[in-house]
Design a protein around this ligand. Structure first.
Ligand code: AMP
Ligand code: ZN
Length: 136
């Protein structure tokens, strides 16, 4: 199913070019234009879902399986020492293209230019309260 004006639907449909490194019945993977690090790849379902939050769970499972295979291939080809595999859901989370996609970002060392960091709020939050809200 193709969504008009969705750039990733157009790449999946070969309407616009992409450096596609994997294709199967359900998904494609192509090089991210921005190359946060060398080898940065996106894995997307061919069918349009706005984000992981609304995607079919079986499609999510397939996309992540492909991401694992490609993460290992990319890591080996570029001699990376690790990788981040992540998906942004919603603008608050940094999602700019609203077609579910998984980033595979090989990591070289702490100076490879990419910073993903979590602020430590542990001193200011009531963990028990958060836990209770989730468990009721
Ligand atoms: P996100 O911020 O998680 O929505 O990521 C969207 C990603 O898509 C960004 O890293 C962009 O560099 C990438 N991107 C946008 N347009 C294209 C395109 N035509 N081909 C490849 N990557 C793209
Ligand atoms: Zn789409």
């Amino acid at each position: 199913m193709i969504m008009a004006d969705c750039i990733f639907c157009k790449i999946a449909d070969k309407e616009i070019p992409g450096k596609i490194i994997h294709e199967d019945d359900l998904c494609i993977a192509f090089l991210d234009l921005s190359q946060a690090t060398v080898g940065h790849t996106l894995v997307i379902p061919k069918k349009h879902y706005d984000s992981m939050l609304t995607a079919d769970p079986e499609i999510i499972a397939h996309v992540f399986k492909v991401a694992q295979v490609l993460a290992n291939r990319i890591k080996e080809r570029f001699n990376a020492s690790g990788c981040n595999v992540l998906t942004n859901a919603g603008e608050a989370a940094g999602q700019t293209v609203h077609h579910f996609h998984v980033h595979v970002i090989p990591r070289y060392d702490e100076n490879d230019g990419l910073k993903i960091s979590f602020v430590d709020h542990s001193k200011d939050v009531d963990l028990d309260n958060i836990y209770q809200s989730l468990m009721k």
